[in-house]
Design a protein around this ligand. Structure first.
Ligand SMILES: Cc1cc2nc3c(=O)[nH]c(=O)nc-3n(C[C@H](O)[C@H](O)[C@H](O)COP(=O)(O)OP(=O)(O)OC[C@H]3O[C@@H](n4cnc5c(N)ncnc54)[C@H](O)[C@@H]3O)c2cc1C
Length: 297
């Protein structure tokens, strides 16, 4: 099923992001998480693409396997890094032939050490360019794109960034999933700015619970520019062991989701980091197991 159809039918949607495992142990952890989370009947799941296109085959194999064996609606991330238009075309053709109809089109980050993005020869200059290509060659594919409530670190300014987001939507993007954020005001403000810019597609907030000091450091590298509110940092600093640290982080994320749902968001996208227990905890605290059913109009 296309994510755009799911977004029209279900309100709110709940979706999960996973990344392709790199070894047998990580693989076991991922499939265990999927076994635990599949009964929640996620609206769809997304599979990331390693920085620099490093997991191209791993991503493709995982996408195909999840769709085939778990009957999940799976979205494959694709980035423009180190990929020509021909490369992307052949990946899309393979997906299309195997009924993988949902793509998340991303430009990708410059390689480690580089500060600016340099397009590959015969590649894409930005995500909008890639969205236009996908919609032109495979009009029946559903395409999601990334959004940044706190701003993308490379943007010249926030006004211009909105113009670039609009370009992605005008090129055919069907929905937006946001970068993680820890203050819902940033999301609500972003949503309003999108409305002012004439962006009408669904915007799904990305939520990630902080569960350890290490993961907090890692995510601030991955989502450069992400802001940790002082209130959250103070609460985390009061904890004395890993277990309580995770409890504070999950509690914060739970409150974020509660507030987002109260404010009628179209859906919530969980960054699972291939772990099930924190997402399950949020579901149970908020009674979400019963509300992710088809929307009755
Ligand atoms: C939900 C989500 C999922 C992600 N998944 C992955 C993943 O699987 N793998 C991965 O490697 N990375 C992933 N990323 C990270 C993403 O690749 C980086 O943030 C990357 O730096 C930007 O990608 P983009 O698609 O947003 O790029 P773009 O939308 O192309 O924007 C990139 C920058 O260029 C600017 N820009 C856009 N168009 C123009 C233009 N015409 N002229 C001048 N400037 C322009 C934008 O304002 C922005 O600053 C993800 C991010 C999010 C939010």
């Amino acid at each position: 099923m296309l994510v755009s159809e799911i977004l029209n039918k279900n309100r709110p949607t709940f979706s999960f992001e996973f990344f392709p495992p790199k070894n047998a142990e990580a693989s076991e952890e991922l499939y265990q998480s999927i076994r635990m989370l599949a009964p929640l009947e996620p609206s769809f799941v997304t599979i990331t693409y390693g920085a620099g296109g490093t997991t191209r085959e791993l991503t493709r194999d995982l996408v195909m396997r999840l769709q085939r064996d778990n009957q999940l609606t799976v979205v494959s991330h694709l980035t423009a890094i180190n990929a020509t238009k021909d490369d992307i075309y052949s990946i899309l053709q393979k997906y299309h032939d195997n009924n993988v109809m949902n793509i998340m089109a991303l430009r990708g980050d410059p390689p480690r050490g580089a500060t600016t993005f340099v397009p590959c020869e015969n590649g894409f200059c930005n995500a909008a360019d890639m969205v236009g290509f996908i919609k032109n060659k495979f009009p029946d594919l559903c395409v999601g794109v990334a959004g940044y409530p706190e701003g993308h670190p490379e943007s010249r300014n926030r006004l211009v960034e909105m113009d670039h987001l609009k370009e992605k939507v005008d090129a055919g993007a069907d929905y937006i999933i946001t970068q993680l954020f820890f203050d819902n005001h940033d999301f609500f403000d972003y949503k309003e700015r999108c409305e002012l810019a004439g962006i009408r597609v669904p915007i799904l907030p990305g939520i990630l619970p902080i569960t350890s000091h290490k993961s907090m450091m890692r995510m601030s590298d991955l989502a450069a520019g992400v802001r940790f509110p002082a209130r959250l940092l103070k609460a985390l600093s009061r904890t004395e062991d890993d277990e309580t640290f995770a409890r504070v982080g999950v509690h914060w994320a739970t409150q974020q989701v509660l507030d987002l749902l109260h404010n009628d968001v179209r859906g919530v996208h969980f960054y699972t980091f291939n772990k099930s227990r924190y997402t399950l905890s949020i579901y149970d605290s908020l009674g979400l197991r019963t509300i992710s059913k088809p929307f009755q109009s």
